[in-house]
Every structure is written in C-alpha cells, then in structure tokens.
Design a protein around this ligand. Structure first.
Ligand SMILES: *Cc1c(COP(=O)(O)O)cnc(C)c1O
Length: 354
C-alpha cells in the first residue's frame, strides 16, 4: 500500500460546480494535465501542468499523421468514499499494444499507473461521490516532435487528461448497420485505440443519426454481413439460450468492459461464446422467435441496451429479457467496489482526503 502523497497540489473546484447527475460526459475537463515525455534519453519524470500550457504543434506527427493512441478508464469511489482505478493495468497493456502498432515508445505499466494515480490525486475533488459517477481518465500518447518527414518521431508526449462524469443512464439505443463505409479492415488499425479509427467512423455515425438512429453498428469490411462493433462499444446478442459476441479478429477493439462482462456472465452460469454473428442469422432467429436481448458495452457508457438493428432491407427487433439491466447492475457493483468480489480489478489511489 502506497502512502498518500503529502503536500501534493489538489486542484480546486469551480464555484459553479454542478450536481454529479448534471455532469454528463466529457463536457467539463479537469484543469491539469499530468504528463511525461520520451526522447533519446528515455522517459522524463512526470510533471503537472495547467491543461492550456501543453500545446500541440501543427507540424507534429501527432497531428499530421495521426501518431496518437489513447486509453479511457475510470476512477470510482467505494462505499467508504475511497478512490480506486478500475483495471488500470489492463488499460496499460492495451495502450502498449496500440503504441506498437503505430510504432511509438511504450510507457511501461508502472509509468502508466503512476501517471493515472497522479492525475486522480490532483483532481481528487473532481471525483463524484460513491454511486453517482466517476472520473474518466484519457491517457494519450502522441508524437510531438515538429518535423514533416514521414518517419517515427524523436519526441513523444504521454499526457493524462480527466473529465468528471455522471453515472451513465440505463438506456435503449437503435443502431443502423452501415453497409458501405468501413471502420477497420483485416490487417488495419481496428484493434488499436487510435484516432484514425474515429476519423474513419465519424461519417458513419452522422449518416446513422441522419436516418434517425442513435449510433452506427459496423459490419465486417469484406462482405458487410457480420457484426463488428458499435461506434465506441463492443456488442453482445442473445440467440436462444446463448449469448454471442464477435471474436477479437484484429478488426475490433478488445474492450476491457467486454472482457469484464464475459467474466461476469460466465460466473453467472450463462452460455456465452465469442463467435461471428451475421445480420442474416439475427433475422432468422427473429423469425424463429429465438431472438433475445442485445447490448453494447464500453467504459464511457457502461452498458446500453440495443432495441433494434436496421439496414435498408430489414429491422431486427430485440426483446427485453431483463438481462441487460442485471449485467449493468453487476458491472456497476464491481466497478464501484460495492462488493468484495473481483478486488483484483480495483487499484487503490491513496489521497489526503480519504
Ligand atoms: C474504447 C473502445 C471500446 C470500448 O473499450 P473499453 O475498454 O470497454 O472502454 C470499444 N470500441 C472502440 C472502437 C473503442 O475505441
């Protein structure tokens, strides 16, 4: 157990601080950045700066070529109001994997956890009370050297931004299956958490919204038949007594929430398999009265129920079996530490307050 840092700077809350339920997601940014830099001499010691004081250069590889990978993880308060990070080492390893794909220096697990803990400690007052939200952390690794030649940069930054967020609402979404545009193809960037995937995906989101849907669901790049993932969420669908989620084939992001949900569902005795699932199979299951519930999962939204997936030729309607609400509740419990189960997923953050 680490001792709380003494005399560490703690950012003050603005005077017009809203109720946790009004924070939403990603609207209010913490005032500080915790950051370290990598060059020929390796990693620098972490520093804390005002967020406005860390500019990104126009001629950097981060902006020009998209040499930028990131993570999204949350810090919660437990019933005693102590703060912990949820599965930070799993997020560290995924960032390393993303960094390797884009040929950037990998922060080691210790540096990743240290910067995240520091970012939480500095913003301790920004962490909502137990059960009412979380501090979302956005560790970002990017090329910051100014040079226009196409090569690996000589200087990179690793910075952690934070945003306090409400507990995500339990909601239903309708998804449009995009059958023209592609988010990620085999051999591409799909399994790296990198900005390029979002650049590829934003037009699909806009087109789904224009049709009156909440989000896009991506299909496989070659045939546009199999489900891949929703905009920023991995998907699960229930057919008969089996739950299916697309396998990690390199084109989808290996969600930490996906992994948590797999663990929780299996512990609950449910049959869940990582297997391809096509729109045709879903239509057939619907015809046979075998179609159960569907949901999307990710750190920001936790779990949202999917009520419909549609494309030009069909509308697949899922039913509410109560499973989505149960999984949402189970996930919230382990994330917030309201249960002793799966303690290894929660890494304490010592603070002066608690
Ligand atoms: C981050 C992300 C997810 C969800 O991953 P979690 O680790 O569960 O937050 C899913 N899809 C994409 C494309 C993502 O970037």
């Amino acid at each position: 157990m680490q001792t709380p840092p003494t005399g560490l700077f703690e950012a003050a809350l603005p005077s017009d601080w809203p109720q946790p339920e009004a924070l939403g997601f990603g609207q209010i940014l913490g005032p500080c950045l915790v950051h370290a830099h990598h060059d020929d001499e390796g990693w620098s010691a972490p520093r804390i700066s005002n967020r406005e004081n860390l500019p990104v250069a126009v001629a950097s590889g981060g902006l020009q070529y998209g040499f930028s990978v990131f993570e999204g993880l949350k810090a919660f308060r437990d019933p005693q109001e102590r703060i912990h990070l949820f599965r930070p080492r799993d997020h560290a390893r995924r960032l390393q994997k993303s960094a390797r794909r884009v040929v950037m220096p990998e922060p080691d697990e210790e540096l990743f956890v240290q910067l995240c803990q520091l970012a939480v400690q500095v913003h301790a007052r920004y962490v909502p009370p137990h059960g009412r939200g979380a501090l979302y952390l956005r560790p970002t690794l990017y090329a910051e050297e100014e040079a226009l030649g196409f090569r690996t940069a000589r200087r990179h930054a690793f910075a952690v931004a934070v945003t306090p967020s409400s507990d995500p609402p339990q909601k239903n979404v309708r998804l449009w299956a995009e059958n023209e545009l592609v988010r990620a193809a085999p051999g591409g960037l799909g399994e790296a958490k990198t900005g390029g995937n979002y650049a590829a995906g934003i037009l699909g989101l806009q087109r789904a919204r224009a049709r009156g849907y909440d989000d896009v669901v991506w299909l496989d790049a070659l045939q546009h038949r199999r489900l891949a993932e929703a905009g920023t969420m991995n998907v699960f669908v229930q057919i008969g007594n089996e739950l299916l989620t697309p396998p990690l084939d390199g084109t989808i992001l290996a969600g930490i929430t996906r992994d948590s949900v797999l663990r929780l569902l299996r512990a609950d005795g449910l049959r869940v398999v990582e297997h391809d699932v096509s729109l045709d199979e879903l239509s057939a299951a619907q015809m046979a009265g075998q179609l159960g519930t569907a949901f999307g999962v990710g750190t920001a939204a936790r779990l949202v129920q999917i009520s419909e997936i549609a494309d030009e030729s069909r509308s697949i309607r899922f039913s509410d079996t109560g499973l989505a609400a149960r999984v949402y509740a189970a996930l919230k419990q382990v994330q917030e530490g309201s249960t002793h189960a799966l303690r290894e997923w929660r890494t304490p953050v010592p603070t002066a307050q608690a």
